[in-house]
Structure formats: structure tokens, C-alpha cells
Ligand binder design. Sequence first.
Ligand SMILES: Cc1ncc(C[n+]2csc(CCOP(=O)(O)OP(=O)(O)O)c2C)c(N)n1
Ligand SMILES: [Mg+2]
Length: 289
Amino acid sequence: MSSIQELTTKEKPQWCPGCGNFGLHMALKGALSELGIPKEKTVLVSGVGCSGKASHYINTYGFESLHGRSVTVASGVKLANHGLTVIAEGGDGDGYGIGSAHFLHSFRRNIDLTYIVHDNSIYGLTTGQASPTSQHGMKTKSTPHGNLEMQFNPLAVAIAAGGTFVARVFAGDMAHMKEVFKQALQHKGFALVDVLQPCVTFNKLNTFAWWQQRVYKLESAGHDPKNKAAAMEKAFEEMSSNYSKIPTGVFYKEERPTYVDESPQLASGPLIGHAVKSAEIEKAFEEFM
Ligand SMILES: Cc1ncc(C[n+]2csc(CCOP(=O)(O)OP(=O)(O)O)c2C)c(N)n1
Ligand SMILES: [Mg+2]
């Protein structure tokens, strides 16, 4: 087991004071620590954006990948050694924009990963352009007359694409965030946690106070996360209520065999444990040449 202190690197975070990323990382480290997941058995893969720095600040193994590719690299890590706990992190632009194709197909594959999206509804690192989750009509640096595009609905897409764990939390509620992260880490399959968080520097609409007035917890509203139709309805509530009610918590959860479970090559243990003799490689070459 690793304590929060052991899970923290000596790097000084470069995030703006007040950024939701601070609370998110405290909650994640708390979840890893409480679940007793050792840091040397954990890999955190980040994308590009403000959250790209994530892998520098948590003292697990880490990989800062390309824009939109954290899930892709994390999938490779898990397939190479499925004995590890693998976490992918990225922003809303990273996962729902440039990485959207990977996002979609991850739900079908159901590789056992936890994917945390720092959803601040803006491109933060590049100083405030509209992202896929920016509201329609929202004024940003790239949409000075208001965003002409409809807001992307990651939860509805995740459920429709075959997601087995689909959740959303608010970065202003650390205790709830930690509990949902724990559930996501324990889920056997691809777990999405969309984290609603302000970008204190570039998103002037979705502030801490703005979220605080609108979010509520699904578990206090009697929602059954096994009910797919109800989950889908909840995924649309933010828009259907014209942003007056924004549900958080676990929307949908289902047990389904993971990619590793059904792969005959991986059934005998993680790939790194497969000793391949050079004679076997030569035989394979002969067969395929
Ligand atoms: C292939 C590629 N295209 C574009 C960029 C420029 N770029 C860097 S970060 C970023 C947007 C990040 O937004 P988001 O994923 O929402 O993360 P945030 O900074 O808001 O946390 C873009 C477009 C890049 N680094 N690589
Ligand atoms: Mg963003």
C-alpha cells in the first residue's frame, strides 16, 4: 500500500491556483491509497493539455503520450502486462475531440482501464478555445460570437457504445470524487469518469459556483445504475433541464468479460511472463515467410 505522500512526486505542479486538477489528483491518490494499490504496480498515462502533466505529479510509473492518445497507450500497457493497474487521463479536447475515435472504440473493447477526463469545457493549455463540451452559444477565444456547435455528450455516447462503467463527478466534491474513483478502479473493464471542473483562467461560464448550484448525486435520487434506459435518460438531463440539474455519480454499470478475459493468448498470464525461446521465433518466421 502507498500513502498519499508516497504517491506524490517532488515536482511543483504548474497548474493555475484554484484549478480543479488539484482536487482531482488528491482524490485519485486517496483512492489508490485506500484501495491498497501499490505505486510500483500502477501506470498513469496522460495525453496533452493541462492534464498532460498528471503523469509528472503522481509517483507511479507514468507515460506522457500524444494528444488524444492516452487511452491508446494505456491499452497497450494493459495488454503487455495485465497485472498492472492502468489509468489514462486527459482533457475534454484530448479525449472527446482529437481522441474521439479511440474514445468510442474503447467501450467496445472493454480493456480493464480507468479513464479520467478532466472536463473543463475548454482548451485550457492553448489559452481558451472552444472544446467539444463547450456549451452551444458559449463565447470563447475561438467563438467570439458564441459557439455554433452542439455540446458533445460523452456519457450518452459511452453508454451507447457499450460502456460497462460510466460515471461523472464534480471536482468541487473531493469525497464523492474519491469514492467514484475507487469504484472505477475496482471495476473489471473500461471505466470512464468524466470530471466536471472549472478552468479558472479561461472558462468564465462554468465556474465552481456555477457547477455547485446545479450538481446533484444520482445515488441520493434512487437511480439504479444497472438500468440502461434510465442511465441514458440521466445522461441527457443536463441538456433537457436546460442546465438546471446536472447529475453526478455512477450512471451505468454492467459486468461483461474484458478483452483480456477473452483473449486465448493472454489466458495463461501477462505477456511479459511469456518466455519466448529463439527456436520458437524461428519456427514462426518459417511458418509465415
Ligand atoms: C496533434 C496536436 N494537435 C494540437 C495540439 C495543440 N494542443 C495542445 S493542448 C490542446 C488542447 C487541450 O485541451 P484539453 O484536452 O481540453 O485539455 P486542457 O488543457 O483544457 O486541460 C491542443 C489543441 C497538439 N499538442 N498536438
Ligand atoms: Mg479542457
